[in-house]
Design a protein around this ligand. Structure first.
Ligand code: URA
Length: 433
């Protein structure tokens, strides 16, 4: 088999065989195929697409390119959740302890922040002592003790995806639905869960800007998961405004604790109840209305908050910060940005707001950047809200006046106003099963 012929066949729009795809992924993994040929094939795939069969073959080959976690020694049905990423998306911090509190096993690997989107592992590392780099023994022991563990993604999971993703990033081939679907699902399948819930975000703060593209991606991933024997479902949820009010690591942990205590922003709470209900439904806990009631009960009965505190403690974090979130260190500078005009907020550039948080120090532009855990922003008004001139729009939290100046300008450029009230987008756009 020759890489040249495989590129040629894909360039002409042919479907590749399972054998050809395995040959490519093997060559990516062992370094025998040069980057320029991999890049050429990625561009041909981006332009010509892939069938469902090809996408599944690519996913499975990438999943098998490294360690495949075997979670079978752990009791119960193991359910994983994956979000395609957004701004203020702290749902894993809330939903994972909710479902674990109701008896669903969550043995989870999560990612870090990159660009305008946040990452669960970075948020958790803001809790003093919290460890995300765990041995397998420790990971299993924590799940057995608390019903949940959230670790950082192991480097040996789907190494072919890492290589391919790095090449996609520099060859304008990130935005191919089959390549995104295979990339995400290869890591989910290698991570070993029996059931997978996907939270596919749509809107101007998401990877998939349009609901149609989000649906296509969700359908591709659900099909791959089910074909691989991992029962999979997806919710398409809104990212045309940040989720909740807090954006930034410690600020998001504090907001998550508010939701776990039964308060917090209504939009965040609603999305978390739905995600938790779908995860419990996937874990055979009953029909959706029953699972929604279980999700509510996890919060109102205080079980989810206690489970979160327990897993923090089990992963060496200081539980006192969960019991009393006022302990999280405050940023040196807090700057209120006010409205310069009266009106209704018509639209928010959500990706731009994620960039404003990054400028404040909450994120990283490259994988090597460090994070300021205290940095971020708290929104005071969102799409559809009426504001008067001089009313606070947002409070910026950061380390210096200079960063606050730059982020304030960026934040204001992300808002547009209107004299008439704008309809908010639905929080849940669709389900795909
Ligand atoms: N996240 C991934 O892990 N892979 C992609 O291709 C896109 C988002």
């Amino acid at each position: 088999m020759r890489m040249y012929d495989i590129i040629q066949r894909k360039k002409r729009g042919n479907a590749l065989t399972d054998g050809e795809i395995q040959f490519v992924v093997q060559g990516v993994t062992d370094g025998s195929v040069p980057d320029y040929q991999i890049a050429a094939l990625l561009m041909a795939i981006t332009l010509k697409g892939m069938t469902a069969q090809e996408t599944t073959a690519l996913t499975l080959a990438m999943a098998k390119s490294g360690d495949m976690l075997d979670l079978s020694p752990l009791d119960g049905i193991k359910v994983d959740k994956h979000s395609t990423g957004g701004v203020g998306d702290k749902t894993t911090l809330i939903v994972a302890p909710m479902v674990a509190a109701m008896g669903v096993t969550v043995a989870k690997m999560s990612g870090r922040s990159l660009g305008h989107t946040g990452g669960t592992v970075d948020k958790l590392e803001g809790i003093p002592g919290f460890e995300t780099s765990l041995s397998m023994e420790n990971f299993f022991a924590t799940v057995r003790k608390c019903g949940i563990c959230i670790a950082g993604q192991s480097m040996s999971l789907a190494p072919a995806d890492k290589k391919i993703y790095a090449l996609r990033d520099v060859t304008a081939t990130v935005d191919s639905i089959p390549l995104i679907a295979a990339s995400i699902m290869s890591k989910k399948i290698a991570a070993g869960a029996d059931r997978i819930l996907l939270d596919v975000k749509t809107g101007n703060g998401a990877f998939m800007k349009s609901p149609e593209d989000a649906r296509e991606l969700a359908q591709a991933m659900v099909e791959i998961g089910n074909t691989a024997g991992r029962k999979t479902a997806a919710l398409i949820t809104d990212m045309s405004v940040p989720l909740g009010f807090a954006v930034g690591n410690n600020l998001e942990i504090i907001e998550s604790i508010e939701v776990l205590k039964g308060g917090g922003p209504a939009d965040l709470r609603h999305v978390c109840i739905e995600l938790a209900a779908y995860m419990m439904h996937l874990a055979d806990k009953g029909e959706l209305p029953h699972c929604r009631a279980l999700a509510e009960e996890a919060i109102t009965g205080g079980k989810a908050l206690e489970t979160f505190a327990q897993v923090v403690e089990a992963q060496n974090g200081d539980r006192a910060f969960i019991d009393d979130p006022a302990r999280f260190p405050a940023a040196a500078v807090k700057r209120e940005v006010t409205a310069v005009t009266d009106g209704y907020i018509r639209e928010m550039d959500t990706e731009g707001i994620g960039v404003a948080a990054l400028l404040l120090g909450a994120g990283r532009e490259t994988a090597a950047d460090t994070i300021d855990h205290s940095a971020g922003l708290i929104l005071h008004a969102k799409v559809g809200d009426r504001v008067e001139k001089g009313q606070p729009l947002v409070t910026l939290h950061t380390a210096s006046e200079e960063k606050a100046n730059i982020a304030a300008e960026k934040y204001l450029s992300c808002l547009s106003f209107s004299d008439n009230k704008t309809e908010k987008s639905p929080l849940i756009h669709a389900e795909v099963r």
